[in-house]
Design a protein around this ligand. Structure first.
Ligand SMILES: [Ca+2]
Ligand SMILES: [Ca+2]
Ligand SMILES: [Ca+2]
Length: 215
């Protein structure tokens, strides 16, 4: 519909703390229509003592090692896709004192094809200049910031496990700041015997998104 190679990319880390026994985590990126743009699923393996998880961050029961997995999601992006939501879930099935999950260093990057007409063509990181971007991620487990051997993350031990997840909606307004509002005023004349008819005034952007409507 609209040619071009706009792209969105999320990079970051998902932390697997203590005894993940066969569980996986999933990171999913969706557009405003609910379609999955990209996703990744990883199986934590510190229960087996595999080499991926060699840090000792939190939790002492059994001395389970902890670690993180670097993840990257990327997708072509069309402005008609609207906001982009990223969600981190897991199949953890025990309490947050036994096995837990955290996230850190999440960065959302956008690249707009400069050859395509755009209100304000830009490329950059959504959180550039934001002091504490991880605080903008929502969660349902009261995740607070932790430090482990020089790395920081939120969530983990005694906080985030079974049924808990992390999510954030990246707004299209984040992608092209500077355009705040457009206003149309005017008169529509109704001549002669309108018997139940209506008129509609609709304002759309160049991608067909309806910005405002009045009937
Ligand atoms: Ca541990
Ligand atoms: Ca466990
Ligand atoms: Ca388990």
């Amino acid at each position: 519909m609209h040619p071009g190679t706009h792209k969105v990319t999320l990079t970051g880390r998902v932390w697997t703390i203590d005894s993940w026994d066969g569980e996986t985590f999933t990171v999913e990126m969706k557009n405003a229509q609910g379609h999955v743009l990209d996703s990744v699923q990883v199986r934590g393996n510190n229960f087996e003592g595999a080499a991926d998880e060699t840090l000792s961050c939190e939790g002492t029961v059994g001395g389970w090692q902890d670690g993180y997995f670097n993840i990257e999601l990327t997708s072509d992006y069309n402005p008609s896709m609207g906001n982009v939501e990223v969600r981190v879930t897991s199949t953890l099935d025990q309490g947050a004192g036994d096995e837990s999950i955290g996230i850190g260093d999440m960065e959302f990057h956008y690249d707009f094809d400069p050859s395509v007409e755009w209100v304000q063509p830009t490329t950059g990181d959504v959180d550039e200049g934001v002091e504490d971007p991880m605080a903008l991620w929502e969660n349902n487990c009261g995740a607070s910031e932790k430090t482990c051997q020089g790395h920081t993350y939120i969530g983990g031990h005694n906080q985030c496990a079974n049924g808990h997840n992390f999510w954030r909606v990246f707004s299209t307004q984040d992608f092209h700041p500077g355009v705040e509002s457009v206003v149309l005023t005017g008169k529509v004349w109704t001549i002669d015997s309108w018997d139940g008819e209506t008129f509609t005034v609709e304002m759309k952007d160049q991608y067909g998104n309806v910005l405002a409507t009045m009937t």
